[in-house]
Design a protein around this ligand. Structure first.
Ligand code: FA5
Ligand code: MG
Length: 452
């Protein structure tokens, strides 16, 4: 647990004192911002964009992707060995995330990937900034240019990624993505490799076990790139679709032991990403619902140019590991991935994603946080972050339950219902009250609201 009262073991004195300063920091009084903060052993200057929180900083050294026996690591390894199975025509290079800092520049995370300057992903509301020149990667695509520049034509890269988001059983501000890509030379040899690759993947995947709904077309909304030869791109798309369908078949039928009697249903839909075109999203039908598994597409030539890769084209995808692992294991709450409880960790072992056996469900305790706003609105993500800073993983979900404007003075009031629940013990009433009091007082300090 990373509750406020028990700072992580690695927390240095500097971290703790900054935590305290930070928690007292008021948005109304930015001068109380510490001049610098310590992250992963480095010291970084802060500025008016700084919105990274102590609770987020405490996650950075965890490296779940590198812990054998952890479901994130097991899934990563399963996918890596699928792509690198014996006889496959291309070898996927799998560098460790340890050699890539999670702190990236806006250039890496956005500019080099052709994000428009007004894209919402760049905003302080959606991303965690250390200062205006450095943020936590919001997706593994942030390393595409470095990975393409490494000279490997095919690679897989897995790491933690960070996004400001809501709080519930499937959203956590840190999650894991795997990025994969394969590029081919546009010359005769390259195209022969591409065709070989298609033949191999088609052969290795038993298509009759799949029911594919392909709702994609190439049109003005999801076009070819100007410099590309459509015939070559069609081959790239074929290779992409076969590779992803083969992976999903492997994961959802073989790994999850889903009945072989029914084919696995996969759906391809058009999508938009600034760094691929055409772009797609892939969904899998599981337990009666369509679930978005990944985004993918044909790599923008601009990305390859930034990496100094010339005369090549290819595909890339980015998938969410927690989302797939939760489906395959029936892990009911995304916080469990961060559990240190042996009743969680001992259930998994390398090579297999077995069904999770819930060991208990401890009682929940909800408290309402009701306040008058100082102005027209408050960012909900600011509320979520401060709740995380006070409650750590003891918060299960936060939901807006009331939004009211006083008829006389036009003041607006919001009420958030905060559900507190530990995954591994019962919480005492005093403990929850104490956390909730801190949430209220931090709301006053950081957001300038008036508690009702
Ligand atoms: C991306 O992040 C793109 N970088 C993916 C990509 C890579 C597209 C390469 C094209 C080429 P998106 O935000 O949709 O796209 O996230 C990709 C996947 O990450 C989702 O399909 C989902 O599986 C997972 N994901 C996204 N947000 C969350 C979240 N809050 N919690 C858990 N998983 C998430
Ligand atoms: Mg998406």
């Amino acid at each position: 647990m990373f509750g406020l009262r028990r700072p992580p073991k690695h927390a240095s004195h500097a971290f703790r004192s900054w935590t305290n300063t930070f928690l007292r920091r008021s948005l109304a009084a930015p001068t109380s911002r510490p001049p610098s903060i310590e992250i992963l052993g480095g010291t970084y200057p802060t500025d008016e964009t700084t919105n990274i929180t102590p609770s987020i900083i405490s996650k950075l050294p965890e490296r779940l992707y590198s812990r054998p026996g952890h479901p994130i690591h097991i899934l990563k390894s399963l996918i890596e060995s699928h792509f690198n199975q014996h006889g496959a025509p291309s070898t996927f290079h799998c560098p460790s995330a340890d050699s890539f800092s999670p702190l990236v520049t806006p250039k890496q995370n956005f500019d080099d990937l052709s994000f428009p300057s007004d894209h919402p992903g760049r905003s302080l509301q959606d991303s965690y900034y250390v200062n205006r020149d450095l943020l936590l990667r919001t997706h593994t695509s942030a390393h595409e240019v470095e990975l393409f520049a490494s000279g490997h034509n095919s690679w897989l890269f897995t790491s933690d990624v960070y996004r400001r988001d809501e709080i519930d059983a499937s959203h956590y501000p840190v999650f894991h993505q795997m990025e994969g890509a394969s590029v081919f030379s546009t010359n005769v040899t390259g195209m022969k490799d591409l065709v070989d690759n298609i033949e191999y993947t088609r052969y290795a995947t038993d298509q009759k076990d799949l029911e594919i709904e392909d709702l994609t077309v190439i049109n003005d909304e999801n076009p070819y790139q100007l410099d590309h030869d459509p015939e070559q791109v069609d081959l790239v798309i074929e290779s992409l679709k076969l590779s992803i369908n083969g992976l999903l078949l492997k994961l959802f039928r073989d790994a999850a032991g889903v009945s072989r009697a029914d084919p696995l249903r996969v759906r391809w839909i058009p999508a938009y990403f600034p760094f691929t075109t055409p772009s797609y999203e892939v969904e899998v039908f599981f337990n009666g619902k369509w679930l978005e598994i990944l985004g993918c597409g044909v790599v923008q030539d601009a990305t390859l140019q930034h990496a100094n890769v010339k005369n090549k084209l290819g595909w890339a995808f980015g998938l969410g590991l927690e989302r797939i692992a939760m489906i395959l294991t029936s892990i009911p709450d995304i916080r469990l991935f961060w559990s240190k409880d042996h009743r969680f960790l001992s259930q998994f072992s390398s090579g297999n994603l077995t069904k999770f056996q819930p060991y208990s469900k401890y009682p929940a305790c909800y408290k309402d946080l009701s306040f008058w706003l100082p102005g027209p609105t408050v960012e909900h993500n600011d509320v979520f972050d401060l709740v995380r800073d006070c409650a750590g993983d003891l918060v299960e979900n936060v939901e807006l339950i009331d939004d009211f404007i006083h008829p006389k003075n036009q003041k607006r009031s919001l009420c958030f219902r905060i559900n507190y629940r530990s995954m591994d013990r019962s919480l005492s009433n005093e403990e929850v009250n104490e956390i909730h009091t801190r949430v209220a007082s931090l709301s006053k300090d950081r957001l300038g609201v008036e508690i009702r």
